[in-house]
Design a protein. Structure first.
Length: 280
């Protein structure tokens, strides 16, 4: 009888241990924000930016930011089929990181002092410049030409703020939730120009349905250093992402991604920036 009691007690202890293991486990995502469990990682991107982050009709994703994020995720231990892409619009990026909706964001996320108060950045991984997209027959050739004109940008973008503060304070600014709406407004004549980074504008201009309709003004109205946004205080992830980005540049994968995504639009990219050199 005594032997049976000990055996029963041992079984109970074993069951409890197994239960605790199942709950705690060694799942590398169990204590990571932006993970959905099961060895997956959630990454924030744009869904409506051709050449950078675009959700395609078949449900897949393409673009430079997608390629960068996929490479980084692989270096962190996640295969492409373990990535869950999450749409993060410009105005919600800081909140998405603070809430833990995603592990990191690669979504044309320009580094500036205001944002660095709320999130941490890895990178930068691309230097873009603010520019204007106008109709092919437009006479707009410089920033000040926007005064009195209808200009479109996206809510929460640094481009809109830059125009209002220092380039064309008398421009009639229209802000939409996404760049697709701005491009449609430009096509219809509702606005005279769209402003954002040249990399984004080049992606739209290269689309088949818009070919020949628009042109880049070729202005360098600002320097936009794209960084990968990480939850404030997560220094370990920032360091890991920086290591991954350095490897992407050194092994040639960065340049291949640039050529694959921007080459068709004849976009003249800047050389790869110095990873880990976070500038304004």
């Amino acid at each position: 009888m005594k032997l049976r009691k000990v055996t029963a007690a041992s079984a109970a202890v074993l069951a409890l241990a197994l239960s605790a293991t199942a709950c705690g486990g060694d799942n590398k995502d169990s204590d990571n924000s932006g993970s959905s469990g099961g060895g997956k990682i959630k990454i924030g991107i744009k869904f409506d930016q051709p050449g950078l982050g675009l959700k395609q009709p078949d449900g897949s994703f393409a673009g430079f930011d997608v390629d960068v994020a996929t490479y980084v995720a692989k270096q962190l231990g996640y295969a492409p089929d373990k990535i869950e892409w999450v749409e993060t619009k410009s105005a919600d990026r800081e909140n998405a990181l603070a809430r833990g909706d995603v592990k990191f964001i690669a979504a044309t996320y320009s580094i500036n002092d205001e944002r660095k108060q709320k999130v941490d950045f890895a990178g930068p991984y691309l230097l873009a410049h603010q520019d204007l997209l106008v109709k092919a027959n437009s006479t707009i050739s410089k920033g000040t030409d926007l005064n009195g004109k209808n200009l479109c940008s996206v809510t929460g973008s640094t481009s809109a703020q830059n125009v209002q503060k220092s380039i064309a304070p008398k421009a009639n600014l229209r802000e939409n939730s996404g760049y697709s709406e701005c491009i449609a407004a430009l096509q219809s004549g509702a606005v005279d120009a769209v402003t954002t980074d040249d990399s984004i504008l080049a992606g739209f201009a290269a689309q088949d349905k818009y070919k020949g309709q628009f042109k880049l003004a070729g202005l360098k109205l600002s320097n936009e250093n794209y960084g990968i946004g990480v939850k404030k205080g997560d220094t370990a992830t920032v360091n890991k992402i920086n290591d991954a980005l350095k490897k992407m540049v050194s092994d040639g994968s960065w340049q291949k991604a640039v050529e694959a995504n921007f080459g068709p639009a004849s976009y003249k990219n800047e050389p790869a920036p110095t990873i880990g050199n976070i500038v304004k």
